[in-house]
Design a protein around this ligand. Structure first.
Ligand code: FES
Length: 163
């Protein structure tokens, strides 16, 4: 997952129009919008409500029920920490505490400089080499606290080179 992409009312409406006739269209629409632009803008909530003949509160209710959905743009990089059983056995709980403290954010939040968002994930298919994390599209195994700091620093460096 990367930083939120540009969107317009029309681009969101095209997504809604393509899915609104499916049974239980709300979830597919929310997934499609988040996949496309990285989050669910407030404007999209109004458009979804209008198209599906529901209230904004009902759309917000679904969004807030599923932690997967976010209503603010993600950071430049998304860090996902595996909380599933095999990684728990390898110390993911101390890794996630370290990540939260060093980044200064909790799960589902983004750092003030908008470089990193932190999300939990439940198995990355990398169970043999836990604790595992994914940064954007790259999975990393045997992530010690020091290794986590190195990975974060390398992605900050990446930002400096790009920026
Ligand atoms: S349990 Fe963490 S990668 Fe499978």
């Amino acid at each position: 997952m990367t930083v939120g992409k540009e969107w317009t009312e029309q681009s969101i409406q095209r997504i809604i129009d393509g899915l609104e006739h499916k049974p239980g269209a709300m979830l597919p629409i929310l997934h499609a919008i988040q996949n496309e632009i990285g989050y669910i803008p407030e404007k999209a909530v109004a458009q979804i409500a209008e198209s599906l003949l529901q209230t904004r509160a009902e759309v917000h209710g679904v969004i807030s029920f599923y932690h997967h959905f976010r209503t603010t743009p993600p950071g430049k990089h998304t860090i996902e920490i595996c909380r599933a059983e095999a990684c728990q056995a390898m110390g993911c709980r101390s890794l996630e505490a370290h990540a939260k403290q060093s980044l200064g954010i909790d799960y589902h939040q983004t750092t003030a400089n908008r470089q990193f968002s932190l999300e939990p994930v439940y198995c990355l298919g990398n169970c043999a080499t836990g604790p595992s994390i994914r940064i954007d599209d790259d999975i990393h195994g045997r992530v010690s606290l020091d290794r986590f700091d190195e990975l974060v620093a390398s992605h900050q460096q990446d930002m400096k080179e790009v920026g």
